[in-house]
Write a protein that binds this ligand. Structure first.
Ligand SMILES: C[S@@+](CC[C@H](N)C(=O)[O-])C[C@H]1O[C@@H](n2cnc3c(N)ncnc32)[C@H](O)[C@@H]1O
Length: 250
């Protein structure tokens, strides 16, 4: 059966999840901020660092370029990029002051400066044509995708590159069912080990449902093309459970 057009699916996602996005997620990330990085290593069986390195290997940087990391969390991307090229001007935006505070401490411990803004990313508080590179990792499931990708397109310079990494909805139905079962187990176990608070524990079903209504790698490419990006391409990892997209603003 052909899935409905992206615009219809965006409306359905928003209708189903807007309460969680606007009223619950910030409490969840405030709760998990102190153990977010450790929990990710744990839940991914140690593969978190490998995923980050694989994603970063797809991002080409040049000295002095201006980079924006959208939904930057604890600044994993900014720190990885500055480790490779310390002359970059790295900006981070995230709605969670708690996640960014952990990120600030992590960056400072490495002697790096990440310029942070605490705000919602559906309206990016930056001028048009401003960044050489924009990155977005592990957050798009919580966003109105078209709105944020439009904003990213606006703030990128012509020729600027958008690099995206996220868990995706696998194309294969068997992989999909096994994947959700594993995630359900992981969320429960991680919550238990790290003694998550009620906000994070109550969101377990949301995390699976958000993925079920999310896009496959090919569908995400369609969104990017529809918004006017060119040279859209991706690498799918682990049978499409994870994807690294790259797109250029003409
Ligand atoms: C799973 S974390 C990913 C963090 C980081 N990108 C990484 O790869 O580790 C998701 C982040 O998205 C942020 N976020 C979710 N919705 C947001 C919104 N509407 N505006 C700004 N930040 C948002 C959360 O605060 C959280 O820090």
């Amino acid at each position: 059966m052909t899935p409905p057009p992206i615009a219809t699916r965006e409306l359905a996602r928003e209708e189903r999840f807007s309460m969680v996005w606007t009223q619950e997620l910030n409490t969840v990330f405030a709760d998990v901020a102190p153990y977010y990085d450790r929990a990710n290593y744990f839940a991914s069986l140690g593969l978190w660092g490998f995923f980050l390195r694989r994603f970063m290997s797809t991002v080409e940087v040049h000295p002095g370029e201006r980079v924006l990391d959208v939904c930057a969390g604890t600044n994993a991307i900014g720190i990885a990029l500055l480790g490779r090229e310390p002359t970059l001007e790295v900006h981070a935006i995230d709605r969670s002051a708690e996640m960014q505070e952990v990120g600030r401490q992590r960056a400072e411990a490495r002697g790096f400066r990440v310029r942070s803004v605490i705000d919602d990313v559906h309206t990016l508080p930056y001028p048009d044509n401003h960044f050489d590179i924009v990155t977005l990792q592990f957050a798009t499931r919580h966003l109105r995708v078209r709105r944020v990708f439009e904003e990213i397109h606006r703030v990128l310079k012509p020729g600027g590159r958008f690099h995206h990494s996220d868990m995706l909805r696998p194309g294969n139905r068997v992989v999909e069912v096994l994947y959700y079962a594993y995630l359900r187990f992981c969320l429960a176990f991680t919550g238990f080990v790290f003694r998550s608070g009620p906000a994070a524990l109550n969101c377990k079903n949301y995390f699976i449902n958000a993925l079920k209504m999310f896009y496959s790698a090919e569908e995400l490419s369609t969104v990017l093309r529809e918004l006017g990006y060119r040279d859209v391409g991706y690498k799918a990892v682990f049978a499409g459970m994870l994807g690294f997209h790259r797109a250029v603003k003409p």
